[in-house]
Write a protein that binds this ligand. Sequence first.
Ligand code: GUN
Length: 293
Amino acid sequence: MELIDGKKVAATLKEEIAQEVDNIIAAGKKRPHLAAVLVGHDGGSETYVAAKVKACEQCGFKSTLIRREDDVTEEELLKIVDRLNNDSDVDGFIVQLPLPRHIDEQKIIEAIDPRKDVDGFHPINVGRMSIGLPCFKSATPAGIMELLARYNIPTSGRRCVVLGRSNIVGKPVATLMMQKGYPGNATVTVCHSASENLKEICREADIIIAALGKPGFVTADMVKEGATIIDVGTTRVPDATKKSGFRLSGDVDFESVAPKCSFITPVPGGVGPMTIASLMKNTLLAASHEIYK
Ligand code: GUN
């Protein structure tokens, strides 16, 4: 069994980006700039946004954090999005999700200029990805593909089972795994809460991508000997032995599953760091106008 070290690959990726930024600055061009909008004080969102700001520093990007309280109106958020769309110094921006219930998340996402949508959540980017056109790919699926590629994990003709059908992980990663080329060309099955015979389907998989947010859901009896396991779960579970009072739990029962695998991602330190590194990559692509010329 080989552990897939997402922390190490993400560090390498960020170093490559920082090198590219040095070249950009040396060529007299402007520093890439990522802005993030954070509403309220959700613990997970605070952690993710802080990590994104830190990653910007590591890559040599400028970053701007725009904070609003939970009671911000939809109208004000739309104004902020409009301002960022029209700010020529901002290359890309994200609105951290989830948003408070009184705000229509989809409306906010669709207000973002697709050319600055470095999260890849706008329907234009989602649609372009689904037909294989240049686009911003959402960060977690892109990070998973990068991990598979950097560990030379065979995907062509292999059976891939995706657990979960969310718009930000399950659906896009299934699309990328079936696209032409490497990493891709897989035979993909997507399982979800209504799927029957889920265990049997998983047992046929060469690659399982678990993204359902159910701690320890994937157990050893669901895994074929020699499979590759990508664990996207990051559920906070109470843990009195931790200073924070919680620990992050993946969707895979690591202890029992790891000995059966050829490759497995840990939680934390697997997919999580790659999500942030992919967002940095998208920001670099936005700054260099490589996707939308
Ligand atoms: N919430 C959880 N993951 C993400 C992400 O990748 N981007 C944004 N904007 N919000 C999130």
